[in-house]
Design a protein around this ligand. Sequence first.
Ligand code: SAM
Length: 523
Amino acid sequence: MVVGACAVCGCPASQRCGKCHLTAYCSKDHQKQHWKTHRTECSPYRVCQSEDLGRYLEASRDILPGEIILKDSPLVLGPRQVTVPVCLGCFTPVNGTYSCTMCGWPLCGPDCQKNDLHKAECQLSRNRTSKVQVHKFMQVNQMYECITPLRCLWLKQHDAARWASLTQMEAHMEQRRTTDVHEVNQVNVVDFMKQYLKITTFEEDDIHKICGIIDVNGFEIPGPNIIGLYGKGCLLEHHCIPNTTRTFDAQLNLVIRAAVKIPKGSHISTSYSDPMWGTANRQLHLTTTKYFKCSCDRCLDPTELGTHLSSLRCVKCTEGLMLPSPSPLNPDIWACNSCPATVSVDHVEQFLKQLGEKLVMLKENSLNSSEAFLKATSSKLSENHYYRSDVKLALAQMYGRGGSQTQQQQTNLKELSKDLLERKETLCREVLALADLFSPGESRLRGLLLYELQAACRERYRRLPKKLRNTSHSRQLLQECAEWLKEASTILQRESPLQDEYHLGLQAEEELSDLTSILTRFH
Ligand SMILES: C[S@@+](CC[C@H](N)C(=O)[O-])C[C@H]1O[C@@H](n2cnc3c(N)ncnc32)[C@H](O)[C@@H]1O
C-alpha cells in the first residue's frame, strides 16, 4: 500500500517513521539514511487511532504554548464549493474580461493562466467542442462546485502519493448517501462533469467520495474563497475549546501552534466550527458537515462553563436564566435555573431564528442599529449570549474606526466622546474574556481584540491632562498598551498576506515603534 512519497527519493512509499507515523519511506535503507535529518524534525506528535475518532493526533512529549506543532503544505487548493466566479489561478473575484485561451474558464490575466494550480481543470475541460463559458458574475455560480473535486481527481492519474494521502481521508460516504448534499453533488458536480465538461474518466462513486473528503476535511482559508486539503492537518480532531491555533502562511501552508501547554499523551485538537457559537449551532454544523456529535465538557455543560453563551432570560422571573434540559445535546425542554418556568424547544428555536434574522439585517457598519439590538435583547438573552457577543465584537471594532460618515457616531478615535471611548474599551474586555476561554492562546480573535483595546486605552492616555501623563499609573497604562500592541502585531502577522488581519498586524508593528519611542523618552 502506498502511504506517501519517500522523504529521501520521492518514490511512492509503503513505510512510515515508527515515532511520528508521518514521514514516509520506500525502504529501511532510506529511513536509516534520513534519520540524521529527521531526528531534529521528527514531530512532537504521533498518529493514533480509536473507534470513536478514527485517526487522531496525540502529543508524543510535552508541547509548550506557542510551539509550532506542524506545518503542512496543501495537497490541493481550490475555490470553495459555494463561491462567486473567481480566478482559478489566484482566487480573486473575476468579471469575465479575460478567459483562459486553452479552456475558457475566466481568469484575471495571462499570468494566472500559467499558474500550475489551474492545470487540472484546464486540461480536463478540453473534451468540449467549444470552450467553457461563464455568464453569471458577482453572484454565487454553481459551475465552480466542480473545480476543487476536479483538482483532487486529477491526482489519481498524475500524483500517486498525493492521491494516496487524499483517499485515506474520511469521507463518511454512508451517512452522506441519503442526504440533500449528495443529491446536489450528483447534479452540480457529477452530472455537470459528464454532461457539460464531457469528462467520463471518473467513476461516480469516486467523485462522490472526493466531495465527501472535501467537506469533511477541507479547511476554509479565511479571507479569500479558498478551501485547502492538508495531509497531516486533516488528522486533527475537533474540540469546542481547541488546544491549538490555526493559521495559513503566505504560501498557504497550514501552521498549527500549541495554544496552551499540551502534556505528553494528550489529544491535539482544533475547532471545526466557530468556538464563539453557542452549543446548538456548533452541534448542527458538526452533525451536518462532519457527521459526528461532539460530547466535550463544554457541549455537555448547559451553562457553557459558566458563561451562559447560549442561555435566555427567564420568561417569568427577572433573575433567572433558561437552559436546555436535561442535556444541551438532546434537550426536552428549556427550564429556568431560578423558578419553575419552562418553554418548549420549538419555542426557543423559533425565537432564536427570528432574532437571528434581525441580526443578519443589522446594517453593516451601523453603530446605532447594533446598539439598539443590544438594548432590545438585554431582557431576552443572557449578557454573554453568542448573538450579543457577535454584535459586541462588531461594535468594538467599529467605534473609532472612521469610515462611513453617514453615521453620526462613526468618527475617528480622537473625536469619539468620552462615554463611547469607555464603551469601546468595555466591549473589547468583555469579548476578550470569552475569546480567551473558548479560543485560548494566541488566536486571531485575541489579536484583533487586543489591537482595538490598546487603541482605546492609548486614546484614553492621550486625553489625560499633561501633568497626569507622567505618573507611574499612566506609564503603566502605556506599557500595557505596548505589550498588547506587540502581541497583536505578532498574532496578526501570522495570517496570510491575503487577509486583512495580516495588514492590521503590520500597522500594529508600526504603531508599536512609535509607542516604544514615547516610552523610551519616559525612561
Ligand atoms: C478531519 S477528519 C479527522 C481525521 C479522521 N479521524 C480520520 O481518521 O481520517 C474528521 C472526522 O474525524 C472524526 N472526529 C473528529 N473529531 C471528533 C470528535 N471530537 N468526536 C468524534 N469524532 C470526531 C469524525 O468522524 C469527523 O468526521
